[in-house]
Design a protein around this ligand. Structure first.
Ligand SMILES: [Zn+2]
Length: 586
């Protein structure tokens, strides 16, 4: 498998692949374009064909062809691998455990089932009532096609007859797919229902959600019936409509989260293409992860009941951890997004655009439910809101909301602040401490920047590598960057690709970055690179001299004369070295 991963990568034309999403221009050794992962006006997104890498110097996104496809399509590694393998014509051998073949078979069956249901809905008499029902709910032909909506006949054996009788699949396989139930033999699980295929991020059908088509004598059955969890379908990782929405999510950098299938389709139909549904379960970390890859903010539009508010609170914690902004769409003039969006698309679009900040929503909804004119009311409101505001990590943002809250409540800001501080100090549990975002990494030092530029410059100029190869032998260079520089100097003859292949794992990333960053400095001359190298060398020598002088001072104080002499000799050597370097500067 490992070799095939490499093989597929080698055969993939990364410029062609990325070029399907980003318009790229050849500039020197690299291709450049506007980054698809953040909004920018000047191109800092760089693709290098030779190394098969991309890197954005604006937002830091970067990696190989797999990473790009995963990020832009919101799919996992396995899917990315399959897609690229398909493109370059490599037939993947199945994994060591024999899951591969069966999974493929299951996907085949699910796809056939979806086509079958869709055919029943759209073609001919049997789907007439279902079509009528959908039209009444404002789900037109275009939406039916986009979401591949279908219809399951009321009988017990329609799908089984088709898949087993006609297509020759085995009962076991259908059962594994969750399409049938077992009694005496197997029978169709979904009967008399509008069928919504559940697709994964790559568009493959992995399950179904079936909505009962009311016919007068089936009122006792569940309104919605979903596929059971199978090897293909995992509820917690499913975002309904993600496949259809991802382009808009990426473009608008936001995603509208609704509860049900119908909410999703109606919202989409009303022109809010960036809508996905979580299907009535609590939002999971996996789902947030999928969304965070593409969006900067999520717009929650759940019911404003107690369960909805609890769901919102839960979502905020997870979303903020992933750096997502959270807004709440306030649902008014209808019971759910479906009703509003299908009746009045414009109104729904406005409602989404006017979504309020989640903190505002929490404050307002608590104030609506409680009476702030009464002491007891104020107490309850504070108890509901304070824990929520206390979780805001950024102290400036927290302060802003604290004041807004006090203002709305009509009390002194300081009092509210005290309460929030009290909650913060008392309730910060140990796990919360641990989960706290790490402090920002210290900003990169000057010499590191210089080192990166020297590495990049040398990588692309083998003649210079020969020239400077001996320079850095005597000085100490810190960290992976320093090691990388020495390593690059030691290989004057190799191409950048060969250098990368031979490098230790810890150096690979540093070297890649330096090389890609060199795209930014395409026009620097050989002379400039040499000057930077000299400058770097000089700085390092000075650093070392400083350290030695300090050691000498200690040795002198402690009367270690021998040591002092040795250090002095070293210092002289460095002085000579420095004069030599000054000459290099010319
Ligand atoms: Zn970027």
């Amino acid at each position: 498998m490992e070799d095939q991963v490499e093989e597929v990568k080698r055969k993939t034309d990364i410029v062609g692949l990325i070029g399907q999403y980003v318009s790229l221009k050849k500039m020197g050794r690299h291709h450049k374009g506007l980054c698809p992962f953040h909004a920018e006006k000047t191109a800092s997104f760089t693709v290098n064909e030779e190394l098969g890498l991309y890197k954005c110097f604006g937002c830091g996104a970067g990696g190989d062809a797999y990473k790009f496809l995963m990020e832009i399509e919101g799919i996992d590694f396995r899917d990315a691998l399959e897609r690229l393998a398909d493109k370059v014509g490599v037939k993947l051998v199945s994994r060591k455990f024999d899951g591969g073949d069966e999974k493929r078979k299951m996907l085949e069956v699910m796809d056939l089932a979806a086509r079958y249901y869709h055919w029943l809905l759209t073609d001919g008499k049997s789907g007439k009532d279902a079509r009528k029902y959908l039209l009444e709910r404002k789900i037109n032909e275009k939406l039916i096609e986009t979401f591949n909506v279908g219809y399951a006949l009321p009988g017990w054996n329609n799908l089984t007859n088709y898949l087993i009788g006609k297509k020759g699949y085995k009962e076991d396989l259908l059962e594994k797919c969750g399409l049938v139930s077992r009694g005496k033999g197997v029978y169709d699980k979904f009967r008399g229902r509008i069928m919504f295929p559940l697709q994964d991020a790559g568009g493959k059908v992995v399950g179904f959600s079936g909505r009962l088509l009311p016919n007068g004598n089936n009122e006792n059955e569940a309104k919605y019936l979903n596929s059971p969890e199978t090897e293909l379908y995992h509820k917690g990782r499913m975002l309904y409509g993600f496949f259809q929405a991802k382009q808009d999510i990426r473009k608008k950098k936001r995603v509208v989260l609704v509860e049900g299938q119908m909410d999703l389709i109606s919202s989409f139909g009303a022109g809010v293409g960036e809508t996905v549904a979580i299907g009535g379960t609590a939002l999971t970390e996996d789902q947030i992860e999928m969304l965070a890859r593409m969006a900067n903010s999520i717009y929650l539009s759940f019911d404003a009941d107690e369960a909805g508010i609890a769901a919102i609170k839960r979502a905020v914690g997870m979303a903020e951890k992933r750096g997502l902004d959270v807004k709440v769409v306030q649902i008014e003039g209808g019971k759910d997004p479906d009703e509003i969006a299908s009746k009045n698309p414009l109104r729904w679009r406005e409602m989404v655009d006017n979504a309020v900040d989640v903190y505002e929503f929490v404050i307002d909804s608590s104030m609506k439910r409680n009476d702030k004119e009464k002491v007891q009311g104020i107490k309850i409101i504070t108890e509901e809101v304070a824990p929520f505001l206390s979780k805001i990590e950024n102290s400036v943002v927290r302060d802003v909301w604290t004041r807004k809250f006090a203002e709305k409540l009509g009390v002194e800001a300081l009092v509210v602040k005290d309460e929030i501080d009290r909650v913060r100090s008392g309730k910060t549990s140990q796990t919360e401490q641990i989960n706290k975002k790490p402090v920002d990494a210290p900003t990169e030092g000057r010499s590191e920047k210089l080192m990166r530029r020297v590495i990049g410059g040398l990588l692309t100029r083998s003649s210079l590598r020969t020239k400077v190869r001996g320079w850095f032998e005597k000085v100490e260079l810190e960290g992976a960057m320093g090691k990388a520089l020495k390593y690059v100097c030691q290989h004057p003859e190799d191409s950048p690709l060969e250098i990368l292949k031979g490098a230790q794992a810890e150096l690979v990333e540093v070297i890649q970055e330096a090389y890609m960053a060199e795209g930014e400095n395409e026009n620097s001359t050989d002379k400039e690179v040499v000057e930077m190298a000299v400058q770097l060398l000089r700085e390092q020598i000075r650093k070392e001299k400083k350290r030695i002088m300090e050691e000498m001072e200690t040795a002198r104080k402690e009367g270690r004369e021998n040591e002092e002499e040795q250090l002095f000799a070293k210092l002289n050597e460095l002085n000579r070295e420095e004069s030599r370097v000054v000459v290099l500067l010319g």
